[in-house]
Design a binder for this molecule. Structure first.
Ligand code: SF4
Length: 219
């Protein structure tokens, strides 16, 4: 099947972006505008629904808004603030460990390289890439989560088995001007229309381009 054309799909989805609900992470980015808040909120979002991540982030940042403040809060208070985020007990400890390293090794700042970010506890390729792109505004990565991975495969842009492979494949074919928007756009699109199971193809603004539309048109 022919892949969907990249530029028309990106332009169409960007034109419809206002119709999709904003993600918890982008709400944090727009509200606090610092890499620290993006990094910590991204840790909270792992294996956690957006409806939980948003309020949990707010409660946590009301408790402590800087690395210094975060290491001085009792870990039980962090647990309480971020509950019911998935693995909240582990995440509370991870957040404090990250803050300690930021203070001891990075002068209280979030590092600006992917490698340094990956060296932080609990930070994988997606969290590092999100912090680079949406925290620092450095657009050298396409953060790739399950939505980006699944939608890029449905559109026929890539044929990959794992999200880690999808970023490399996407970077070869997606024009750089779209790298910043792609993750946020596809997460919103994946939460609202191209959902993981039974996507809403009948409501999809890029259905006319999509090679998967014919087999998923049932809803
Ligand atoms: S047509 Fe369906 S499968 Fe294709 S991008 Fe749209 S919602 Fe996803």
């Amino acid at each position: 099947m022919k892949p969907a054309p990249i530029e028309p799909v990106m332009k169409t989805l960007l034109a419809h972006k206002q119709e999709f609900q904003t993600t918890a992470l982008m709400n944090v980015q727009e509200h606090y505008k610092t890499p620290f808040h993006v990094l910590i909120s991204c840790i909270l979002s792992l294996r956690t629904k957006d409806a939980v991540t948003g309020p949990a982030s707010q409660r946590l940042f009301q408790l402590a808004n800087t690395p210094e403040a975060m290491i001085n809060v009792d870990v039980k208070a962090i647990e309480k603030a971020i509950y019911p985020a998935g693995f909240y007990k582990t995440k509370a400890r991870t957040i404090q460990k990250i803050c300690k390293i930021l203070l001891e090794k990075h002068g209280g700042q979030v590092p600006t390289t992917h490698g340094e970010l990956l060296a932080l506890p609990g930070v994988g390729p997606k969290t590092a890439a999100i912090t680079m792109v949406y925290g620092h505004g450095i657009h050298e990565h396409i953060p790739c989560d399950s939505h980006v991975h699944q939608i890029a495969n449905r559109l026929g842009w890539v044929k990959t088995k794992k999200p880690e492979d999808t970023e490399h494949a996407l970077k070869k074919i997606v024009p750089k001007q779209y790298w910043r928007d792609l993750n946020d756009l596809f997460v919103q699109f994946g939460q609202n229309i191209c959902v993981p199971v039974s996507p809403w193809c009948s409501k999809c603004p890029v259905a006319k381009y999509c090679p998967k539309v014919s087999v998923t048109r049932s809803r």
